[in-house]
Ligand binder design. Structure first.
Ligand SMILES: Nc1ncnc2c1ncn2[C@@H]1O[C@H](COP(=O)(O)OP(=O)(O)OP(=O)(O)O)[C@@H](O)[C@H]1O
Length: 947
């Protein structure tokens, strides 16, 4: 046997003993050195530590080459392990580079790096010589200065601690069957997130979930390429040419901010990323809440990272090699004063922790150090202090697939669950939020199994796989209660009502707390508050509460929050669905939650002592959807075990609610967001009687600029399919619904008299779909607005074709739709046969001289058809475009949609083509328009560059 192999085999037990406590760095470096394959590495992470090392050793010992590499890797990672191992490495695998350039790397000054500390932590040389003298007795020479060696030891301890803290993703409720097999190691479960620059100027006050959906819809196309990997948060920026020192990462609850920074810390601690930093300090604002006395940064870090205490003063001699990661600014309880003048503080100044944080973030303290903070959109740190602002937008479709594959060990189950998610709009849209993805996968584990007795098992749950958002949550809750909460008290075959009745008391207490505090927008609770509601804090660890309540407890803070805001909203809804037991109560409650009308006569618990201001109504929208879903569950008997008695006149509830919804559409001037929410409520309720009473009242639906997701489109479709007559107007301008959204709406589009689909990221496929609608005998469309969508020549050819046979459309707007000369090929032929069309606008398209000739020909054949092909043709149109440019200037949302369609450039080109008209009012207006567009384009480039 060859020497390295021999050595490893003979020393196997010792190596095992030294590394099995924490094999992560060894295994990861072995994989990166290609000693272990990726698949083998991931499978080792799921084994017990000693088993993993034993298996790794067995694998590497197979050849001399891999044994050699193993020793090389051991040298690289020795600092993570005990002194004995380091001595062993020193004896058996000598580093060529080190032995030749004695005595040690630290003593050789690096020209670039002025800091010996920074240099100390640079990667070690790869070359090494194997010393086969197993019995060699000499101690390694003390080759480092004592001080630096002690820093090195401290940093190694720090890295090991960080690794242990960050290597698992938090799991709240892994089932004890399929899901419990799912791995939660960060390297296995971590899935790439969509992170991009945050160019948003204003923050939305919407429910964060809605704002996210809108945001995603808006930037989907044109920013897809501007992905930032979390590992590159600190990479140099193009515009600045250097690495940003202050970085903000923003995102809604559950979108993955903490996991992203957890991954960063993990990668640094394992020595694979951000190696330019000697030390990374990760602090959570929720821990900092504990610090109630003034203290210095040195003290703070010394308390938090005790093993670094001695090393801190030396580390601070090179601040630029330090990185602070500050997670969860939104959880910080102390007020932050961003505007007070900078105080002259240094790392030893005793100040309030809030002042310390502000100074660190602003850069008045340690300007050379790097700082990354994460926060929810609701808590803002002013952008001016950051050189890079990012927003986390969750997963994309591919990542959802990847996540399910990673979540379930069984690839068949993963595929089934993924297919189910993709085919269900509600789940599909939710799954972009990693936390939801986790909830969905946990809930779905109950329904999809590769076991042959799958059907029987689903039956035993007495639930069918969830379809609506409320159902997903209910499943999640039920899974938590049944499998994790009532340990040993239920069998798999225990009827659902029995399971629920066992958990009833707890659920109602929690529900009350969730609801009453939701009205106050309160999401954090201390021990006393929990006790007030009869919830025992100690139970949070041991019962199913651990899947619902999350102790926000680091070291000694004792605060709790619901696992996610939506879990609070869902439990609140469940509580209300159970405690409202008359039709009147339900109606009064809806009036209150949706429109702020105070209940007059109810004695129901959820309608007592209400404190809610009108500006909080919007934050109840998700909750009202959940309520309707839970009410449905109650009426269908799914909440048996939780309810005492049926609602009075239960049978007529769907009708009564139908009348209530009808009334809202009929008598109120509904804001777009409120109207959309009512549609969602109807969908969650999913009762035919109700929707078919309400839907006929909807004659116009204006969701202009709402940024609709596919699930919003599904809700619009769900409701409008119950309306028997035509819809006067469906305005989805600037809603970015995309082809997928349009497809969901397809069955109702032919009934829309005025159909506004401007700026919706539509393309040729949408034109084909729309053509089919225009061709259908049932078509009632009179006005069709498709401006700003990239239909392209092929798409438009389809539309001309359809118009040949259509006799309903009177106005067609195709400005800026990417029509070229080719797109006019059949226009004369098709439109001269059409009899209904009166107005056609196609400005902002590059149709060439031939295209223009064809239009002239068409005008001759159809004199009654007004064609507007040039801006200068029509003063009204020019003015409309001037107003449009003005509006874009003030509305960032529109700017994004316009960028998607490259609209401003198209208009500019159109104006240049039309530039032949030199004089007159039209020419003047055209020039003004051109100038304003150029200004706008320049301005937007500057904003992106962050000027
Ligand atoms: N990149 C990811 N890969 C796999 N799972 C993830 C990822 N990001 C998040 N998750 C899952 O979603 C959960 C919530 O994520 P995380 O705690 O990072 O959200 P957050 O944005 O920090 O939310 P909050 O503002 O509420 O703290 C995690 O516990 C994890 O299960």
């Amino acid at each position: 046997m060859s020497p390295a192999q021999q050595l490893l085999r003979s020393q196997r037990d010792l190596l095992l003993k030294w590394t099995c406590d924490h094999p992560a760095p060894l295994l990861r470096w072995l994989r990166d050195a290609e000693v272990l394959s990726s698949a083998c590495y991931l499978s080792l992470l799921e084994r017990s530590p000693s088993n993993a090392v034993a298996k790794a050793l067995e694998t590497v010992c197979a050849t001399e080459e891999s044994s050699q590499k193993f020793l090389q890797v051991l040298r690289e990672v020795q600092d993570y392990y005990c002194r004995d191992l380091q001595v062993w490495v020193e004896r058996h695998c000598r580093n060529d580079a080190v032995t030749k350039s004695a005595p040690a790397s630290v003593k050789v000054e690096d020209k670039k790096s002025k800091s010996p500390i920074a240099k100390l932590f640079k990667a070690k040389s790869k070359g090494f010589t194997l010393t086969t003298d197993v019995n060699a007795k000499e101690e390694p020479k003390p080759c480092r200065s004592l001080k630096l060696a002690s820093i090195r030891v401290s940093i190694s301890a720090h890295k090991t601690t960080l690794l242990k803290r960050t290597e698992q993703l938090k799991c709240y409720s892994e089932g004890n069957r399929e899901a419990s097999n799912s791995a939660s190691h960060i390297e296995i479960r971590y899935t790439d997130l969509f992170v991009t620059e945050d160019n948003e100027l204003v923050d939305s006050s919407q429910h964060e979930y809605f704002a996210l959906a809108g945001r995603r819809a808006r930037i989907y196309v044109h920013q897809a390429c501007q992905r930032i990997r979390p590992g590159h948060l600190l990479s140099p920026q193009e515009a600045l040419g250097r690495a940003p020192k202050r970085v903000k990462v923003k995102g809604i609850a559950g979108i993955g901010k903490s996991v992203a920074v957890q991954r960063l810390v993990y990668e640094w601690a394992i020595g694979k990323n951000m190696r330019e930093f000697t030390c990374v300090f990760d602090l959570r604002f929720r821990e900092l809440n504990l610090v109630d006395k003034p203290l210095s940064l040195l003290e703070l870090l010394g308390q938090r990272f005790r093993y670094l205490k001695e090393a801190l003063p030396d580390l601070f001699t090179t601040p630029r090699s330090l990185l602070f990661i500050l997670d969860g600014l939104d959880e910080f309880k102390f007020p932050l004063d961003w505007n007070s003048p900078d105080k002259n503080i240094d790392v030893e100044s005793n100040v309030l922790v809030s002042e310390l944080m502000v100074a660190l973030i602003k850069g008045s303290l340690l300007p050379e150090a790097s700082v990354i903070i994460t926060t929810r959109p609701s808590t803002e740190a002013p952008k001016r202090f950051f050189q890079r602002c990012c927003v986390v937008l969750g997963f994309e479709e591919d990542q959802v697939k990847e996540y399910t594959t990673k979540f379930y060990k069984d690839s068949e189950v993963a595929q089934k669950v993924y297919d189910y998610i993709v085919n269900n709009d509600n789940l599909f849209v939710l799954s972009f939020i990693p936390l939801y993805c986790y909830i969905i996968c946990t809930a779905m584990a109950e329904f999809f199994s590769s076991q042959p007795n799958n059907v029987g098992e689903s039956k035993s749950l007495e639930l069918s796989p969830p379809r609506t958002v409320s159902e997903v949550y209910f499943c999640y809750l039920f899974t938590a209660v049944k499998h994790h909460g009532l340990k040993g008290r239920t069998e798999r075959s225990t009827p659902r009502s029995e399971v629920l009745s066992l958990a009833k008391q707890q659920l109602m207490k929690l529900g009350k707390m969730a609801y009453e505090n939701l009205l106050q927008k309160k999401i954090l609770f201390d021990k006393a508050e929990l006790e007030n509601y009869g919830v025992t804090p100690a139970d949070v660890q041991s019962t199913f509460l651990c899947h619902i309540l999350q102790p926000i407890k680091e070291e000694t803070v004792e605060m709790f929050s619901f696992f996610h805001l939506t879990v609070q909203e869902h439990l609140a809804a469940l509580y209300c669905a159970i405690n409202l037991s008359s039709q009147d109560d339900i109606i009064q409650a809806l009036d209150f939650w949706c429109f702020g009308v105070r209940p007059s006569s109810s004695t129901a618990a959820p309608l007592q002592n209400l404190h809610l201001s009108m500006d909080k109504l919007e934050s109840l929208q998700m909750f009202t959807r959940f309520f309707m879903g839970m009410l449905r569950a109650r009426l269908s008997g799914h909440l048996e075990g939780l309810v005492h008695s049926p609602i009075k006149q239960e049978d007529s509830i769907p009708n009564r609610l139908g009348l209530w919804f009808q009334d809202q559409f009929k008598t109120r001037e509904l804001e777009n967001q409120v109207a959309l929410n009512l549609l969602h409520c109807l969908m969650e309720f999913h009762m035919k009687e109700t929707t078919s009473t309400a839907a006929p009242e909807i004659t116009k639906l204006n969701l202009f600029k709402m940024k609709l997701s596919v699930v919003d489109c599904a809700a619009i479709h769900y409701v409008l399919q119950f309306s028997p007559h035509k819809l006067q107007e469906l305005n989805l301008g600037y809603s970015n619904i995309g082809n997928r959204g349009l497809n969901r709406l397809r069955p109702i589009l032919h009934r829309c008299e005025s159909l506004y689909l401007r700026y919706n990221c539509l393309d040729k496929q949408a034109a084909i779909l729309e053509s089919a609608i225009l061709k259908s005998n049932e078509c009632q469309v009179k006005k069709l607005f498709m401006c700003g969508n990239n239909l392209g020549p092929e798409g438009v050819l389809e539309l001309w074709n359809a118009l040949e046979h259509n006799n309903t459309v009177e106005e067609l707007y195709l400005d800026i739709t990417g029509i070229t000369e080719r797109g006019t090929e059949n226009i004369v032929n098709c439109l001269s046969k059409n009899t209904s069309l009166k107005t056609l606008t196609i400005v902002g398209n590059d149709i060439g001289a031939t295209g223009r000739r064809r239009l002239k020909e068409l005008e001759k054949r159809r004199p009654e058809l007004r064609i507007i092909a040039n801006f200068v043709d029509d003063l009204g149109l020019l003015q409309a475009y001037l107003d449009w440019v003005e509006e874009i200037r003030t509305d960032r949302d529109q700017m994004d949609s316009v960028k998607n369609a490259d609209a401003l450039q198209s208009v500019l080109r159109g104006l240049q083509v039309a530039g032949t008209v030199e004089k007159g009012e039209n020419a003047e207006k055209a020039k003004e328009l051109q100038k304003k567009i150029e200004e706008l384009l320049n301005y937007s480039t500057e904003v992106i560059r962050g000027k």
